[in-house]
Design a protein around this ligand. Structure first.
Ligand SMILES: Cc1cc2nc3c(=O)[nH]c(=O)nc-3n(C[C@H](O)[C@H](O)[C@H](O)COP(=O)(O)OP(=O)(O)OC[C@H]3O[C@@H](n4cnc5c(N)ncnc54)[C@H](O)[C@@H]3O)c2cc1C
Ligand code: FES
Ligand code: FES
Length: 457
């Protein structure tokens, strides 16, 4: 059973836990203002606000909603803030067929609650995951701008948004949970603690579900059995010790991006991931667990030689990330294990480069991505690492080549730069894909040359 709040009403849902929120809203609760466009997280027509954040309801399985707060356009349209936005949209004729508008309005609300005086750039970024096929974005951007200048900010929403509390103090609602949705004897149970989740992982054949942004686009996602771990507090922590910044596997891209401990190279990668609704749900643990060569945060964890902490109900291990990635989408995760956290070295990663080449951020899976770290102290190269994503079926990270640079003075490194480039030229053999092999090879080599030029030449 899932207990959640829908448009300020307490609801108990006892249907299929793997069903997506979009279908349940439309079919069971008859809230048809939430539209179905792509069902792949790419159009934003299905946008709702979950726990104060913009969310694609097509990517949310019902089991992940226990103790959550869901607001649809029907609930929002009763607020004074909606009235002000409605007026602003009408004043610049920002609506034609109206299909995208419920999602656009909720995206507008999220922009306005995050930025009191949004710039055009803030607005365009905020609606970057919402597609409109007929109005044209300029009038929508103008409407949101007018709403910001107008009285929207004078009306408070009656539900708490994450942005109203300090992120440091933000505790997901599951912490307040008093009901017990956990029963060790049922695979449909909703674990409330990491311990419970690990016991269920061992006992039942369940797929770990964190943010659902990969799982829910898979075929027949509603027929699969999930282990819902996205709200577990133990997986959300971002902490530090002497050597590492420790990212809980369940930390979302949004949480990572906005955390004070997150180093610039990882912020840069998270900033370029998709659109707000995906960043609000997708987690760093999910990004690694999918074993994809295109995973953007995984590329950064790889180039920084981060480590992965894995646990089962009776054991725990920490392994280097390059031992976790086995290639071809496979990982070293065992059937009874979960990723608990990622340990990213704190020192020596200040001088970095990160580039993602993609078609459009809000949709874009990388065509090629590159990350480099150069730790040079007093003219000596302590560390020099590069990694390439989306080129072959795993992230390319060749410490056997990078070692050529390590321990060298800048002058010595300049003498072997051509050999270094040559080694990568031989090592990078892009596999065939939608984007041409020659193009991706050229981009890789150009990014590598740029990095070298900016660090040692
Ligand atoms: C429109 C769209 C755009 C996207 N753009 C990008 C992009 O620009 N860059 C990018 O890198 N990705 C992108 N993605 C992919 C996706 O958002 C990320 O891979 C995300 O990190 C997945 O995290 P999640 O929590 O949603 O994973 P889920 O879907 O919950 O799970 C993904 C996989 O990880 C496993 N898993 C999750 N957590 C754990 C854990 N703690 N322990 C063990 N296994 C676990 C699951 O079983 C599953 O196999 C995009 C996806 C969509 C739909
Ligand atoms: S229906 Fe397109 S993002 Fe959900
Ligand atoms: S108004 Fe028609 S899709 Fe946006």
């Amino acid at each position: 059973m899932v207990n959640f709040r829908l448009n300020n009403k307490e609801i108990t849902y006892s249907g299929n836990l793997s069903e997506c929120l979009l279908d349940v809203l439309r079919n069971e609760y008859k809230l048809t203002g939430t539209k179905c466009g792509c069902k792949e997280g790419e159009c934003g027509a299905c946008s709702v606000i979950v726990n104060g954040r913009l969310t694609n309801s097509c990517l949310v399985a019902m089991g992940s909603l226990n103790n959550s707060d869901v607001l649809t356009i029907e609930g929002y349209s009763k607020s004074a803030r909606f009235a002000a936005l409605d007026k602003a949209y009408a004043s610049v004729s920002a609506v034609q067929c109206g299909f995208c508008i419920p999602g656009m309005i909720l995206a507008s609300e999220c922009i306005l609650s995050e930025h009191q005086h949004p710039t055009d750039e803030d607005i365009r970024e905020g609606i970057s995951g919402n597609i409109c096929r007929c109005t044209g974005y300029n009038s929508i951007v103008a409407a949101i701008g007018f709403a910001a200048e107008d009285q929207v900010q004078n009306f408070r929403m009656s539900y708490p948004t994450i942005r109203e509390v300090d992120l440091e103090e933000y505790v997901p609602k599951v912490a307040e949970n008093t009901d017990n949705s956990y029963n060790a004897d049922s695979p449909n149970s909703l674990p409330q603690t990491l311990r419970e989740a690990l016991v269920m992982r061992r006992k039942y054949d369940l797929i770990p579900y964190s943010g659902g942004t990969d799982l829910m686009v898979e075929e027949n996602s509603d027929e699969k059995d999930y282990l819902f771990i996205g709200n577990l507090l133990e997986l959300k922590n971002i902490t530090e010790d002497e050597k590492y910044i420790r990212f809980g596997a369940g930390a979302t891209f949004y949480e990572v991006l906005n955390h004070k401990l997150t180093p610039p190279i990882l912020k840069e990668a998270c900033k370029q991931i998709a659109a707000p609704a995906i960043r609000n749900a997708g987690t760093v643990g999910g990004n690694i667990a999918n074993g994809s060569a295109k995973a953007d945060s995984a590329l950064v964890f790889m180039v920084t030689d981060s480590k992965i902490r894995l646990a089962s109900s009776d054991s725990e291990r920490i392994i280097p990330i390059n031992e976790f990635y086995l290639g071809g989408g496979k990982t070293a995760l065992k059937n009874d294990e979960l990723i608990i956290e990622i340990l990213m070295p704190k020192h020596g990663i200040e001088n970095y480069s990160y580039t993602k080449i993609g078609a459009r951020n809000a949709l874009a899976i990388s065509r090629v991505s590159f990350a480099g770290i150069a730790d040079i102290q007093d003219g000596i190269i302590n560390n020099y690492t590069v990694a390439f994503g989306a080129v072959i079926d795993t992230i390319i990270r060749r410490s056997d080549i990078d070692i050529m640079m390590i321990g060298k003075t800048i002058e010595e490194a300049k003498l072997i730069v051509d050999d270094y480039i040559d080694a990568y030229d031989k090592a990078i053999v892009p596999r065939r894909g939608r984007v041409g092999v020659e193009y991706r090879k050229d981009v890789c080599m150009n990014l590598l040359r740029d990095f070298i030029a900016n660090t040692i030449c």
